[in-house]
Structures are given as structure tokens and as C-alpha cells.
Design a protein around this ligand. Structure first.
Ligand code: BG6
Length: 302
């Protein structure tokens, strides 16, 4: 399979397929501006590092790399439901896209400093047991001075469907208590740790305990400001009206088999989403696109 992928889609040193932990097929991208690693299992970006910068994404040292499992870290694709299934908690948390094997649809060297990979996922017997709809998902990942993801959902069935989703980005930070997240000032949010209480954000988001907030009706870009690393990560989005901020803190981390007890200090999730009342309804044949662009701001911009 790997040889065939390299023969069909490989781009010399710029994009190479290989096998990673758990024998999962990986894609390694390296160009003049950045490097990235993706997993075909999950259509999942595992690493992104612009040249001369620290890694941008966080992956747990205890992450599981197994067919059918979700990988803890990077950018899992959450689809077609965010969080627990709305009526059946026996179905997998955060949907099935992050646990499915995606197909490669194309790879392009846009320039020596920009590489693009297109992945796809369609309904099959297994997905229809979990979610009875025909769909086409198309994920385009562009790796360069910025990391750009575009997730297109098309309804291929005869009836309308609704879905929630997220590009569940895990960012690596120097110390979570030192960072702040700008862009959500005054946004309304659902506090998932307080019985889904509705609250309003005051000032920048700062984290000093477990947090699980779904900010709704916000299309704002966010900035993750890390004073110790003197780095600001910009997170821009389109086609997304929710932003989720999550950090499990110590107790929840201890309860998760794929999350080191102290790792919560070095990460924060800022998720580009359409969740809760921002769910998307798609008529037959219609398409919805959600986009995420992540880049490290240049010093003069911070
Ligand atoms: C976040 C949710 O998006 O993902 C949290 O808001 C959840 O409630 C977290 O705990 C991790 O989910 P999972 O299924 O990857 O453990």
C-alpha cells in the first residue's frame, strides 16, 4: 500500500508516505517553509513546525496509534457529531471521522514552500450503522508558512441531515497557566463542566483549572499568546461559528489512559467548530466548508 501511494502521489522529498507507530500509514511533508506529519487514519494532522520555530501542535506521549482508536493530540477531525452522540451515548465520542481510514485524493507541490494533500472519506457499511446518511468529506491540508485545513462536507443522500464538527487542534505551550487566548472577549459560551450553564467571557481566556467551554456564535480569529516562548499563534477560521477551549487539568488527565498525568501543563485545545446551536443543516447535494488557518505571528505583529 505504501509503495503504491508513493508511486501515485509521492512528491520526491517534499511528500513521502510511510508506516508509523501501530503500522498506521503516515504522510511526511517537508518543504522550504515547514514540516508536517499526517495520519491517513483519522485524516489527522499530527505535527506542524514552521522552519526555525518550535512545534506548534501537541501530541501526548501516551497517544494510541491503533486502527479504530482516536489519536490524542494534533488535529483530530471531529465529525459528524461533536462530543457525546446526541441520543446514544454508546456511539463513539466525537463521531467516527477521527477513527476512520481516509483515502488519498491528491497531492500537489504548489511551490517549493507549499505542499498540499487532499484526503477523502465517504459513507460505508460501518458509518451507516453509526449514522444513517450518505456523505462525502473532503479534507485539503496545505503546509507552508501557514497550516491551512479545509473540511468540505457534502450531503450525497436524498434527505437533509444535520451535523456538528470540529478541527480539534491541540497546541503545545510553554506553561498553560502563563498563556492567554485573545479573540473570545464578550463571547457567549456553554460551560460543559457546570451543567451546560450559559456564561459570557470577560477579557482574554486564561487557564488555571480544568476548562471545557463551547463558545457559540463567534466567527472571530483567536491568538494564543505565549509569553515564555515569546510566541503568538494565530488561529483564523471560516465557516465556523463555535470555538471550543479545552484543558483537562490533572484529575481528568489521570482518568484518561492516553493522556500523561502532568501533560495538561504543556497543551491547550482551541477548536474550530460548529457545535451546539451552531450545528449545520445540509439539504441533499449541498456542501458546507469549514476552514482553519494556523500560523506563528512574526515578531513585529505581536
Ligand atoms: C473536547 C470536549 O472537545 O474534547 C471535551 O469539549 C472532551 O468535553 C475533549 O473531554 C476530549 O474528548 P475525547 O473524546 O477526545 O476524550
Amino acid at each position: 500500500m505504501i509503495d503504491q501511494l508513493n508511486a501515485q502521489f509521492g512528491l520526491g522529498d517534499q511528500l513521502v508516505f510511510g508506516l508509523g507507530p501501530g503500522d498506521l500509514p503516515l504522510v511526511e511533508i517537508m518543504n522550504e517553509a515547514a514540516m508536517a506529519v499526517l495520519s491517513l487514519h483519522g485524516g489527522h494532522v499530527l505535527a506542524y513546525q514552521p522552519l526555525g520555530q518550535k512545534p506548534v501542535l501537541w501530541v501526548s506521549k501516551l497517544a494510541r496509534f491503533q486502527h479504530g482508536e482516536a489519536i490524542r493530540g494534533g488535529i483530530p477531525v471531529i465529525w459528524p457529531w461533536f462530543g457525546a452522540h446526541p441520543t446514544d451515548s454508546g456511539r463513539p465520542s466525537h463521531g467516527f471521522a477521527r477513527r476512520s481510514l481516509w483515502r488519498v485524493r491528491g497531492a500537489t507541490a504548489v511551490s517549493p514552500a507549499e505542499t498540499q494533500l487532499r484526503l477523502g472519506l465517504q459513507d460505508n457499511e460501518e458509518t451507516r450503522l453509526l449514522w444513517p446518511h450518505a456523505f462525502d468529506l473532503d479534507l485539503t491540508v496545505t503546509v507552508g508558512a501557514a497550516l491551512h485545513l479545509s473540511l468540505r462536507t457534502q450531503n450525497k443522500g436524498p434527505e437533509a441531515f444535520t451535523f456538528t464538527s470540529a478541527l480539534h487542534s491541540y497546541f503545545t505551550v510553554s506553561t498553560v497557566t502563563a498563556v492567554s487566548i485573545a479573540g473570545l472577549e464578550d463571547a457567549a459560551y456553554i460551560d460543559q463542566l457546570a451543567g451546560m450553564a450559559r456564561r459570557r467571557q470577560s477579557g482574554a481566556v486564561q487557564i488555571s483549572s480544568e476548562v471545557d467551554n463551547v463558545y457559540v456564535n463567534t466567527e472571530a480569529a483567536c491568538r494564543l499568546i505565549d509569553p515564555y516562548w515569546q510566541r503568538t499563534i494565530a488561529i483564523h477560521k471560516q465557516g465556523s461559528r463555535s470555538t471550543v477551549v479545552w484543558n483537562p487539568w490533572r484529575d481528568k488527565a489521570q482518568r484518561m489512559a492516553d493522556f500523561g498525568d502532568d501533560e495538561y501543563r504543556q497543551m491547550v485545545c482551541i477548536e474550530t467548530a460548529n457545535a451546539a446551536e451552531n450545528e449545520i443543516r445540509l439539504a441533499p447535494g449541498d456542501t458546507h466548508e469549514m476552514q482553519l488557518k494556523i500560523f506563528v505571528e512574526k515578531e513585529e505583529e505581536t
